[in-house]
Write a protein that binds this ligand. Structure first.
Ligand SMILES: Nc1ncnc2c1ncn2[C@@H]1O[C@H](COP(=O)(O)OP(=O)(O)O)[C@@H](O)[C@H]1O
Ligand SMILES: [Mg+2]
Length: 249
């Protein structure tokens, strides 16, 4: 099964005002094929930095990232990324935005169009391919962004606070949509959030991070999805909130 991510001893440093700072201390992270993992932590603790290292956008100072055993040296179509900002091209239609992501496949025009429409249908935008981003709500724009990423059939899907700008109701419907996509495709997902309930709703494992330097301080296994509203859920919730407040219980 494809989509295994292995970070070993990954550390990342940035130079700010002439001095090096360690944004991420040496970090071990393994994402099993088909797993759904959340990273949660306060602002500035290195969540995006770790995600960007897996995406190949940032080079580690030490250690390395491998996807299915191959060292990550830069961005690859096998690793799809969805950001909070939709980053759609405003001059392309929804379909045009998805087709743009497919251009490297060099498909015949009709096939490329069909693939784009299928990806849009998968995210609930059937028949909306001709709409321009400006004509779409925030939730719909983020659906287009997700369709664009999924169309390239990534083995790993990295999401950096993708629903952070959406209202609560839209966010809840995006959660349902994403879980549906994940159950069908079993793409390995890494989901960055600072929302405890979002992490608890979506993931089967949560890594809690802290800053100074950025690191994983605790890992929580959530187990069976069917019992997410039971007492164990409330215990996990309390534990994560306590960790985020830098208090041990
Ligand atoms: N390109 C960069 N240059 C300098 N410092 C950076 C850069 N990217 C991130 N940082 C610093 O690294 C730390 C972690 O940032 P980030 O990964 O964005 O945190 P998070 O996503 O958890 O909010 C922060 O202190 C941030 O200021
Ligand atoms: Mg971030």
């Amino acid at each position: 099964m494809a989509g295994l991510v292995e970070c070993s001893g990954v550390s990342i440093r940035f130079k700010a005002r002439g001095a090096w700072t360690e944004a991420l201390a040496p970090t071990e992270l393994r994402l099993a094929p088909g797993s759904f993992t959340a990273l949660i932590g306060p602002s500035g603790c290195g969540k995006s930095t770790l995600l960007n290292a897996i995406a190949g956008f940032v080079q580690p100072a030490a250690g390395g990232v491998a996807v299915d055993g191959a060292q990550v040296t830069g961005p690859s179509p096998e690793v799809g990324v969805v950001f909070q900002q939709y980053a759609l091209f405003p001059w392309f239609t929804a379909r045009g935005n998805v087709e743009f992501a497919l251009r490297r496949l060099r498909l015949p025009r009709a096939e490329r169009r069909a693939e784009a429409d299928a990806a849009l249908a998968e995210v609930g935008l059937h028949g909306r391919g001709d709409a321009f981003p400006a004509q779409l709500s925030g939730g719909m724009k983020q659906r287009v962004a997700l369709a664009r990423t999924l169309a390239a059939r990534p083995k790993v899907l990295l999401m950096d606070e993708p629903f952070g700008a959406l209202d609560a109701q839209t966010r809840a419907s995006m959660h349902e949509l994403l879980l549906g996509v994940w159950e069908r495709r079993r793409t390995t997902v890494l989901f960055v959030t600072h929302d405890v309930d979002e992490a608890l709703t979506l993931a089967d494992r949560i890594h809690v991070m802290a800053s100074g330097p950025g690191r994983i301080i605790e890992t929580i296994e959530l187990g069976d999805r069917a019992t997410r509203d039971g007492p164990a859920y409330m215990d996990h919730r309390r534990r994560i909130i306590a960790l985020l407040r830098h208090r041990e219980e």
